[in-house]
Design a protein around this ligand. Structure first.
Ligand SMILES: [Zn+2]
Length: 331
């Protein structure tokens, strides 16, 4: 099995966005420690719109210099040491600004598809360029902010023009719609990898894009009751390391606590408890790839320990790898 541990590298977008140190730098340094201990590499989907905004506002507000330099240094370090740096787009940065004390985050245009095609072309070009400039490497993979990459036909041309050929945003059977979010992966093929053209859930043999979906799991409400209770009972172990709050997702928490739901397989917090179980399930299905999502900001002391154990236990039997290693030379 090829195992891709992928991390969306970003601050929070809710009422309290948190600090760069606690949401990004420190938890990522813990991942670097695990990677170096076991000699494995991870994939980081970097929220490059944030780097562009830091760059824009740091001249006016020198206190942002520290955040800008910490992030660009860490991204460069990750890339130089063999981790993947790939494109993660949260286009709401286009409408957001810094007021001298905090970021004023406007999520009224949250998805790429909320912009017109000229704007999308410009965003994809600039967001990709900032990562290429930092890493001097080829960026060809994408994860949509909040899984929102539909309708894809609005985005397709910008991806082709900018050499984005692999997407890893879909998780089979996921679906959710709110004022900000919109994704529906219920029709996605039940496969570890496939090609597509106009719609990431519709397989097209020899399609121009590769979809490497995030592995998904069906959770009982009981699992989330346990997750929320553990956070209360033992915050030291189970609270996220990031110090911000998530963007509201109306009805989502209630859905998790009352119904069976399909969720992406994740290393975030208590979700890491399920890694072994999912790996066994995917092996039984004869899948060749397992894609795990995570966010440095949402890691907990518990999940860091679990990632360490998971890698330790499986590094001899399975291949912990990156998009660049697996796909770059095979295009
Ligand atoms: Zn994100």
């Amino acid at each position: 099995m090829n195992i891709f541990i992928t991390l969306d590298y970003e601050i929070y977008f809710g009422k309290n966005h948190g600090t760069v140190e606690r949401c990004i730098i420190y938890p990522t340094s813990e991942l670097i420690r695990i990677a170096e201990k076991h000699n494995v590499r991870f994939c980081f989907f970097v929220d490059c719109g944030f780097i562009l905004k830091l760059n824009e506002f740091r001249k006016q507000y020198p206190q942002l210099e520290k955040d800008y330099s910490a992030i660009t240094k860490q991204v460069k370090y990750l890339s130089d040491s063999g981790h993947d740096i790939q494109l993660h787009i949260h286009p709401h940065w286009e409408d957001s600004s810094y007021n001298g004390e905090r970021w004023i985050i406007d999520v009224s245009r949250y998805k790429l598809a909320d912009f017109n095609e000229t704007e999308i072309a410009d965003i994809v070009y600039r967001y990709k360029k900032v990562l290429t400039d930092i890493t001097s490497k080829t960026i060809f993979s994408f994860r949509a902010g909040g899984w929102c990459l539909q309708p894809f036909n609005k985005i397709k041309k910008a991806f082709i023009d900018n050499g984005i050929t692999l997407d890893s945003s879909v998780f089979k059977n996921g679906f959710y719609t709110s004022d900000q979010y919109s994704y529906d992966f219920r029709n996605a093929p039940d496969k570890a990898i496939y090609h597509f053209d106009d719609e990431p859930t519709k397989e097209v043999e020899n399609g121009v894009f590769i979809e490497l979906p995030i592995s998904s799991i069906r959770n009982s409400p009981l699992f989330f009751w346990r997750l929320f209770l553990l956070g209360r009972k033992n915050p030291y172990l189970h609270k996220p390391l990031g110090d911000g709050t998530a963007m509201p997702a109306p009805g989502y928490r209630k859905k998790l606590l009352t119904k069976y739901t399909v969720n992406p397989v994740a290393v975030d917090g208590y979700n890491a408890y399920l890694l072994e179980k999912v790996l066994r399930k995917l092996m039984k299905k004869k899948f060749e790839h397992m894609v795990i999502i995570g966010h440095p900001k949402a890691l907990s002391r518990y999940s860091i320990r679990k990632i360490d154990e998971f890698v330790e236990k499986n590094k001899g039997k399975h291949n912990f790898t990156t998009f660049t290693k697996m796909f770059k030379n095979k295009e």
